[in-house]
Design a protein around this ligand. Structure first.
Ligand code: FE2
Ligand code: FE2
Length: 151
């Protein structure tokens, strides 16, 4: 007699791992542009920048629109800080984009942006990402992952 074992259920995808992966990718892209700037490769820097800018803006939009509002009101202060950090990151993106156009960007601007992103990412991982994987219903996590995959 042969027995067939049912197929193993699909492993649940982790929003935390997906978003941490995005952080790493964005840090790499910023470092790439910073290297182009150091090498006075204006063409390379301007070529790489739009994809990074789009990815970072879409990542922050998704967090602000779909994740921050789901956190408990007891986390309001922490969410306020994360939103303020996003505003700071957006302002820096604008400054750097303009500096690239004007050919006055400096490597230190990119190092500073990476440092701020790392700091922000650590706080998000502590407050938001593990909580989302543990507490959000699976269908909501799947929907969030699909939204993120669309970017
Ligand atoms: Fe964020
Ligand atoms: Fe993030």
């Amino acid at each position: 007699m042969t027995t067939t074992t049912p197929p193993a259920p699909e492993p649940k995808r982790s929003l935390r791992l997906a978003l941490l992966g995005d952080h790493r990718r964005m840090e790499e892209l910023i470092e790439n542009v910073g290297r182009c700037v150091s090498a006075d490769d204006r063409h390379g820097a301007l070529g790489e920048w739009p994809a990074l800018e789009r990815m970072l803006l879409a990542h922050m939009d998704l967090e602000e629109m779909l994740l921050f509002p789901k956190l408990s009101p007891s986390e309001a202060k922490a969410v306020g800080r994360l939103r303020a950090e996003h505003a700071d990151i957006r302002a820096r993106l604008g400054e750097i984009g303009l500096a690239l156009e004007l050919h006055v960007a400096r490597k230190a601007m990119f190092d500073d942006l990476v440092a701020r992103l790392l700091d922000h990412a650590g706080r998000e991982d502590d407050i938001l990402y593990g909580w989302a994987d543990r507490k959000l219903p699976e269908r909501v996590l799947e929907a969030l992952l699909r939204r993120r995959d669309d970017h």
